[in-house]
Design a protein around this ligand. Structure first.
Ligand SMILES: [Zn+2]
Length: 182
């Protein structure tokens, strides 16, 4: 068994079984945040949005706040999780229609998201694309920005991870969303 196969088996057995992947995107809402705090210490990996997804979040979650206000609350809540030793990773919505993906969109979103994360002292290694929509260029950018693991959704819980464009693509069959806890 070569080292990659060994590593894939490891990922399959340990990470996929033990981790609970939650996409955290509506948590700037106070009503949701109060419920969400109950999940602290329960083994969730918090894939959080950044100001790069302000427009998406504003529409989807009926937010009545400016981008500056949104950013301020994000910082406050991400730090709250961080101070409690929760694992924080990156969730980034790019575009909901793969045919409309282009490099400019992805370059801009990655830069804004990573600048924000790094400014909080967070250097994420795991990436979860919004709507599970991505292309090969997304994988290349993930590698460029230092991500090791790329989380995709797949209905088959037994689907093994693969290596693509230099990152491990892990297939998760159950994903939680923060807004499920309202
Ligand atoms: Zn999402």
């Amino acid at each position: 068994m070569n080292i990659n196969n060994f590593y894939i088996s490891f990922l399959q057995k340990f990470i996929k079984v033990r981790e609970k992947t939650i996409h955290v995107e509506a948590f700037v809402r106070d009503d949701l945040w109060n419920n969400l705090k109950k999940l602290i210490g329960k083994g969730y990996v918090w894939f959080v949005v950044t100001p790069a997804n302000y427009d998406y979040c504003k529409i989807y979650f009926n937010l009545r706040m400016t981008k500056d206000e949104f950013t301020k609350v994000l910082i406050e809540r991400i730090n709250f999780l961080k101070e409690r030793n929760e694992e924080i990773q990156l969730h980034l919505h790019l575009c909901n229609t793969i045919a409309f993906f282009d490099k400019k969109l992805q370059d801009e979103k990655f830069i804004e998201a990573m600048n924000f994360m790094n400014a909080q002292g967070i250097y994420p290694k795991k990436f979860a694309p919004g709507w599970n929509k991505y292309n090969d260029y997304t994988l290349s950018l993930a590698k460029k920005y230092g991500f090791k693991f790329f989380y995709d959704f797949n209905k088959n819980p037994l689907k093994r991870p693969i290596i693509k464009n230099g990152v491990f693509v892990i297939y998760v069959h159950k994903i939680w969303h923060d807004y499920d806890f309202i």
